[in-house]
Design a protein around this ligand. Sequence first.
Ligand code: GLU
Length: 449
Amino acid sequence: MHVDVPAKVHAIYDEVLRRNPGEEEFHQAVREVLDSLAVVLDRHSEYAEMKTIERICEPERQIIFRVPWQDDRGEVQINRGFRVEFNSALGPYKGGLRFHPSVNLGIVKFLGFEQIFKNALTGMPIGGGKGGSDFDPKGRSDAEVMRFCQSFMTELYRHLGEYTDVPAGDIGVGAREIGYLFGQYKRITNRYESGVLTGKGLGWGGALVRTEATGYGAAFFAEAMMTVRGETFEGKRVVISGSGNVAVYGIEKVHSLGGTVVACSDSSGYVVDEDGIDLEVLKQVKERERGRISDYADRVASAEFVEGGSVWDVPCEVAVPSATQNELDDDAATVLARNGCRYVIEGANMPTTPSAVKVFRDAGVAFAPGKAANAGGVATSALEMQQNASRDRWTFEHSEARLAEIMRDIHTRCHETAEEYGSPGDLVLGANVAGFLQVAEAVHAHGLI
Ligand code: GLU
């Protein structure tokens, strides 16, 4: 069968738009992958015949549910819960839960779609899924968060299982929330099923390095990009946006590799600290006190807080967007490139807009997409599942060495695939094609399901 590939890819995208109206972030994520796949259909006409791409763009299952709970004043609150079980060709659905007021079906679908290819790139046996709620944990007491998590799990538990679907954290979901979710799952099912959630506490089935993994992994990935160019982190000025889990441990690893992170941010603004961000103060402010980034500047003499500004105005050689989707637009990209930025590594999921990616490409900036660079978190979740399944517990050193190896392997795979498919240096194409091929082969092998 002859296939007009560009027209075919276009038609697939048009159908995604038609079938999923208004889901902008999902459209964006699909578009970004489809833009890389013409070269694949050229070589694999069987994927066109069997509509493999079309099937991967359609989630296997989408669950939307009501989450009622009572706040500390006794007022009834209603939130909406989601779990999109996108693709199970490579293993049980795996992906985080996000609790943030911006969460809607389109956001969960974009994240779930990205997760399929990210998880494939790790080389671990995990499918792709994502979930969450428009619940806003900010300003809520521990008791309110617990009641919310219990109500959320009272519906979700029936869809989960260590061989079915294994959630973890994402924005707004950390060890505290995973604890409450696990407790309720155990209570309802009467099973101590460690492998049903990852990101658990270290004392009850959690894995060492899981907390640090996404940030550490992004730094290892950046290091691999530098090695190819005969460079290291030594002496490099780095800016990391955000101040959550990814940013904090990204800063920690960049510092240990010889770079200096001079700025980070939250939704209120950013801090610049020419001496390098003091990690202990940052952890105290953001992790223990759940405070604002301005509190950091109040405590560190060399730091300055800039309210409301863009952290990308701070000159750097390496930028690591680690806050949220579409946080870095083409204006910010132009400023970064003009200021001499040479590496951009996505620590968050899809933080760079498509037009910003184009600015970086045109300026010759080395760019790493999140589905490759931030895969360290979910890869270490798979290591947690592995430890749970064997009732084992690995040391920090062993786990970190595994993570470093996985990140280097992902980089090599993306780099080599880009070369093989005629776009040397294009890690976006390399990640999309390598991730897609791995999933597509399994989808194909399982027949028309
Ligand atoms: N939420 C993380 C991600 O975006 C981790 C998911 C997981 O560990 O399952 O990949």
